[in-house]
Write a protein that binds this ligand. Structure first.
Ligand code: SF4
Length: 155
């Protein structure tokens, strides 16, 4: 008996998977894969990565998922369950619309700005510490000066 962890998608369904839009796996021989189970969609020794990602094989894999006419590896995928075509299309639409990407870019900008502010505060703290050390040294010097003056006045 063969065990199946995920049944094959039925009519109107597809795999619940967005990997070919979000994942790139580069093998040491230059093969480019869009998930761990599908065959390579191209090779970076023959084409630039951008062309591989926009190439025929990559499009076929993605459109198979969007249409439900799945590539053989997706049909028997051990990793992903099934979902309706509408749900997957909506998820992919959201992914490619860039709203997540924009949000991520904004968070990265905020993070960078916070790091800059932190670095500036640390620089200011170090400068204040140095100033405090200088004042401390000056206080000793002034104390010695006052002692000398008092001694002179006492003569
Ligand atoms: S084989 Fe599975 S994980 Fe890979 S693209 Fe197809 S459904 Fe997604």
């Amino acid at each position: 008996m063969r065990l199946e962890f995920h049944r094959a998608p039925r009519e109107g369904e597809t795999r619940d998977c967005t990997e070919p839009w979000t994942f790139v796996f580069l093998r040491s021989n230059g093969d480019v894969c869009l998930c761990c189970h599908t065959p390579p969609v191209g090779n970076v020794r023959e084409q630039p990565l951008e062309q591989v990602l926009e190439g025929e094989a990559a499009h076929a894999l993605r459109s198979g998922l969007l249409s439900g006419e799945l590539a053989p590896a997706c049909r028997t995928c051990p990793e992903r369950g099934s979902t309706s075509l509408e749900v997957l299309r909506a998820r992919v639409e959201q992914l490619v619309s860039g709203s997540d990407t924009e949000q991520l870019a904004e968070l990265r900008r905020d993070n960078y700005a916070l790091k800059e502010t932190r670095a500036e505060l640390l620089r200011e703290r170090d400068a204040l510490r140095q100033h405090a050390n200088n004042l401390e040294a000056e206080r000793e010097h002034l104390r010695a000066h006052i002692t000398n003056l008092e001694r002179e006045l006492g003569r």
